[in-house]
Write a protein that binds this ligand. Structure first.
Ligand SMILES: [Zn+2]
Length: 209
């Protein structure tokens, strides 16, 4: 068994690339400028048109780099965080308004009893529709944060396997040219999906884990 980096399927070396090289060449950064149009309110209260431009940076990963990446991309946490905070603020404003309403409608001594229940029902009706989605958003946030932390913890072990592997563009196979701890067999042709599962399982975030 040879100890070079040639493809185990075709035996050639001209179409092989290491995983770090595929990741480097498969990710392109595009810079551009987008123009936005809209309307705004001028200082005198009139409606004025607005044309503005913003510079944008877009990162694109090609299919091969995506299929052989050492870890899944991290889940966004800004969405659920923003959503949870905004909904919580609305719920608190609703609660404050309700508190003011209760304060200004203090019942006289004779009619105190039945009105507390009414306020509680009203409070539930106007506050819970914002409070419950807010709590759900925070639960999603907590789950994504722990998932991202799990990927970060396993990335070192997964990257150690990933960076020693190669890909043959002619045959479309991934392989490890030399025996590596945690890899079933050296010089065994693997599909990008099989390769990804071995690497992701080493990181502790594989599908079959
Ligand atoms: Zn090949």
């Amino acid at each position: 068994m040879s100890n070079n980096t040639s493809c185990p399927n075709c035996g050639q070396i001209d179409s092989v690339q290491s995983m770090p090289a595929i990741a480097a060449t498969g990710t392109s950064i595009a810079h551009g400028s987008n123009t936005y149009t809209g309307v705004g309110i001028g200082s005198s209260g009139t409606v004025v048109p607005i044309i503005a431009s913003a510079n944008t940076t877009t990162s694109q990963t090609n299919a091969l780099a995506a299929a052989t990446r050492p870890a899944p991309p991290p889940s966004s946490v800004t969405g659920p965080a923003t959503c949870g905070v905004l909904l919580l603020v609305v719920a608190l404003i609703m609660l404050a308004c309700l508190g003011v309403a209760v304060a200004f409608n203090t019942p006289t001594a004779g009619e105190a009893g039945p009105r507390i229940g009414g306020w509680l029902v009203l409070g539930g009706i106007i506050v819970l529709p914002f409070l419950i989605p807010s709590l759900i958003a925070f639960l999603v946030l907590a789950r994504r944060t722990s998932e991202n932390a799990r990927i970060t913890r396993g990335l070192t072990a997964a990257s150690a396997l990933w960076e020693t592997a190669f890909y043959c563009h002619r045959c479309g196979v991934c392989y490890w040219p030399r025996p590596v701890s945690g890899v079933p067999a050296a010089r065994q042709p693997l599909s990008p999906y099989q390769f990804q599962q071995i690497v992701w399982n080493a990181g502790g975030y594989g599908v079959g884990r």
